[in-house]
Design a protein around this ligand. Structure first.
Ligand SMILES: C[S@@+](CC[C@H](N)C(=O)[O-])C[C@H]1O[C@@H](n2cnc3c(N)ncnc32)[C@H](O)[C@@H]1O
Length: 419
């Protein structure tokens, strides 16, 4: 486990692996987006970083992802939304989509332009629910997130989803197959799932892992979010198995099928075959939500109440209703002066007050706050000021130096109203 209250230099994709599972209370970070800014050279592997954040955050912990979109070839990229939906796909709840509005813009709109001044960034607030249960809960407790993503990549690369015909009566069954000359590679699939068969084919000098029907479906439901290339095949297999389940297909392979049943099964067979040989690209099945979520409320939600109430002090004439308080929780659009004090040598800092407000909202004193792409250390400084522990990471040695310097003389703030 990485030590607390330190800044680590390196790619967060690697550094995050050194943080224990479910140990972080809050992540606040602003990733590089759409290559809009030139930092000191980085590679940004979004999906792996998102999965690692899911692993390290505590149940009911929060990730604040501060991001915007570039305009490329006349269109906003939509990267921010794609990322938000990916966070949801891997298990987070999208707790809130907040706006951080700036007081000024580097590129104000021109009167003869065609776009209004871009003045905000999104703050996506993701919360990890306590339970992500597979709708068909079989492997969930066993298959670790890194194993699930490894297996998905292995099947995407060298595996195959199949629906096979059995005999002439139209009965079909599904399976997953992974074959390779490398024994360890194929055996790993068998070991991490504990399902199917593993064997060596002497004639072909080939190792194979094969898992069929219901077990294949269980595995697909587990790895579905991580598949990139064979998602359509996965959907076909899941839908096929679900169809059989609904049909209560107890007769097995030798059941005598009605004409309609036979056609339905052969339709699944055809779709899979065509997906596998590349003659169609889409199965026609919609996205599959493989999880059932708990409500996933943040463990801490200290809503900042600084919106003055127009009717402050007003009560009912018989005073049965308590007076309207002076202040209410603010809205989810936050406005900041991106002030001179916030400026430093880093090209893309966010305001210290923004980091303060998120830390106050989603964490308690003594909690651990992580910024895996900490730049000049704004999150870390705010965390230290507010009596939280922090871990910072940045790929640039220079920015890490900046962060370390920035937090070196900070003392926790002692105002009890704030911490
Ligand atoms: C938008 S800036 C963060 C600025 C920060 N919030 C601040 O206020 O100073 C993004 C940072 O991510 C860093 N970065 C990019 N890819 C990274 C990676 N794979 N691992 C760690 N840091 C990375 C960049 O060096 C850059 O400093």
């Amino acid at each position: 486990m990485l030590k607390l209250n330190k800044v680590y230099c390196g790619n967060c994709k690697e550094l995050l692996k050194e943080i224990d599972r479910e140990t972080i209370d809050l992540v606040i970070t602003s990733p590089p987006y759409d290559n809009l800014k030139k930092y000191e050279g980085y590679s940004f592997d979004f999906e792996i970083i998102a999965q690692e954040l899911y692993r390290v955050i505590k149940q009911h912990g929060v990730v604040v992802w501060i991001v915007g979109d570039a305009v490329i070839d006349g269109s906003e990229t939509g990267t921010s939304f794609k990322q938000a939906l990916y966070f949801k796909e891997i298990g987070f709840n999208i707790h809130d989509t907040m706006i951080y509005e700036k007081n000024s813009s580097t590129f104000p709109a021109r009167r003869d332009g065609n776009r209004y001044t871009q003045i905000f960034e999104y703050c996506f607030v993701f919360c990890k629910p306590d339970k992500i249960i597979s709708k068909y809960p079989i492997l969930s407790p066993k298959l670790k997130i890194e194993d699930a993503s490894w297996l998905a990549a292995a099947i995407d690369g060298e595996g195959c989803f199949r629906i096979r015909k059995h005999g002439k009566n139209g009965s079909c069954y599904s399976n997953i197959n992974l074959g390779n000359m490398n024994k360890e590679y194929v055996k790993k699939a068998f070991d991490i799932t504990g399902l199917g068969n593993f064997w060596y084919d002497k004639n072909r000098n080939f190792y194979e892992w094969n898992v069929g029907s219901e077990d294949a479906s269980k595995i697909v439901l587990e790895i579905y979010p991580y598949l990139l290339i064979k998602k359509e095949q996965a959907k076909t297999l899941i839908n096929f198995q679900e169809y059989l389940r609904k049909e209560n297909d107890k007769g097995g392979r030798n059941k005598v099928l009605s004409k309609k049943d036979k056609e339905k099964r052969l339709n699944f067979f055809d779709i899979m075959k065509q997906l596998n040989d590349g003659s169609i690209r889409e199965s026609g099945f919609g996205e599959i939500d493989t999880t059932v979520r708990s409500k996933g409320k943040p463990k801490t939600a200290n809503l900042l109440c600084d919106k003055p109430n127009k009717w402050a002090g007003v009560t009912s004439y018989d005073k049965k209703i308590p007076p309207v308080p002076d202040f209410s929780p603010r809205t989810n659009i936050w406005w900041y002066v991106t002030s001179f004090e916030d400026k430093n040598d880093h090209p893309a800092i966010f305001p210290e007050k923004l980091a303060w407000d998120h830390i106050l909202s989603w964490s308690d004193k003594g909690d651990i706050v992580l910024d895996p792409m900490c730049g000049s250390g704004t999150t870390l400084k705010a965390a230290k000021e507010l009596g939280r522990h922090f871990i910072g990471m940045d790929v640039s040695e220079r920015y890490c130096g900046m962060s370390r310097k920035r937090i070196s003389n900070i003392n926790p703030c002692v105002d009890p109203d704030f911490v």
